[in-house]
Ligand binder design. Structure first.
Ligand SMILES: Nc1ncnc2c1ncn2[C@@H]1O[C@H](COP(=O)(O)OP(=O)(O)OP(=O)(O)O)[C@@H](O)[C@H]1O
Ligand SMILES: [Mg+2]
Length: 279
């Protein structure tokens, strides 16, 4: 590497204002790289030539009006769109540099590396304990009751729920408050140690206090995971994300440092959206 390119990379790093533990340079390549992705539901095109780098230990917010393709992209990342009849994708998605759609790749192996948190809290109608331990049991992360107990405690502590539910581990997850249920769903999503957390408007059904708890949790989890979150709330995007990507009609219009995308948009479309003029 010449001194000039080194210097340029240092400047790029500096300009991005990302968290102190996040890096965008040759030594810290994108965790996920979306390259020229097109996606169709039968004849309806939902994504058009989307290219986006997503980095580890950062929160990337996908924003844009309803129907612009945010959920479609999120579901392409962990190959859950595979099961949609009539769906077709071109382009590439690389996870740690490897094409997730390579014919040699086993889709369940890819899905395992992702956790998913849905819009509405959707715990299993089973105990709190079962909700947390489910994925870890399924994937052989824990084998004995002692290991399960330790894992449940650790994950509930990491999701800020332990003190609230330690005496309710045998109660149904559905008996918790909405905010607790959503944090339980995050606990379920991380219990088998994924690398990437995908969240599709996870706070949209929560009250402001529960939203605050969830946002604090996301900030803590960022130190360990790559997080991609869809939100319609620009204040939320500003509070929790380091990078933002604005979509419109299936196209990626702007992407970059969240502050730049929200405060200094380069296109009228993005400016009008983030200032609430449409969407
Ligand atoms: N299973 C499906 N079959 C056919 N069309 C679909 C399907 N799912 C989504 N679409 C269409 O694809 C486009 C993108 O949808 P998508 O759900 O990705 O948007 P979104 O940005 O997540 O919207 P929202 O903010 O409302 O959740 C929309 O026009 C939608 O109607
Ligand atoms: Mg959606």
């Amino acid at each position: 590497m010449t001194d000039d390119t080194k210097h340029a990379e240092t400047l790029i790093d500096y300009d991005l204002h990302v968290g102190e533990d996040a890096r965008h340079d040759a030594a810290h390549p994108a965790k996920l790289r979306v390259e020229g992705v097109n996606f169709w539901y039968d004849r309806k095109q939902a994504l058009e030539n989307v290219s986006l780098d997503i980095f580890d230990r950062e929160v990337t917010a996908l924003i844009g009006p309803s129907g612009c393709g945010k959920t479609t992209l999120l579901r392409c990342l962990n190959r859950t769109n595979d099961i949609v009849a009539g769906a077709r994708m071109t382009g590439r998605i690389l996870l740690d540099g490897a094409d997730i759609n390579d014919p040699d790749v086993d889709p369940p192996q890819i899905r395992r590396r992702f956790g998913w948190v849905a819009q509405k809290p959707n715990p299993f109608p089973r105990s709190v304990f079962y909700n947390v331990v489910y994925g870890a049991r399924l994937h052989g992360v824990v084998r004995t009751r002692a290991e399960e107990d330790a894992l449940v405690r650790d994950v509930l502590e990491r999701t800020g729920l332990w003190d609230e539910v330690k005496d309710r581990l045998n109660e149904p997850g559905t008996a918790l408050s909405g905010g607790q249920q959503q944090r339980l769903c995050v606990a379920r999503a991380i219990s088998d140690d994924p690398e990437v957390l995908l969240m599709d408007e996870p706070a949209s059904a929560l009250d402001p206090i529960a939203t605050m708890h969830l946002e604090e949790l996301i900030e803590t989890l960022r130190k360990r995971y790559c997080i991609v979150i869809i939100t319609h709330n620009m204040q939320q995007a500003a509070r929790i994300s380091q990078r933002a990507a604005f979509f419109h009609l299936g196209r990626l219009v702007e992407a970059g440092d969240t502050q730049d995308v929200l405060l200094n948009p380069q296109t009228d479309l993005c400016r009008n959206y983030v200032t609430g003029r449409f969407g």
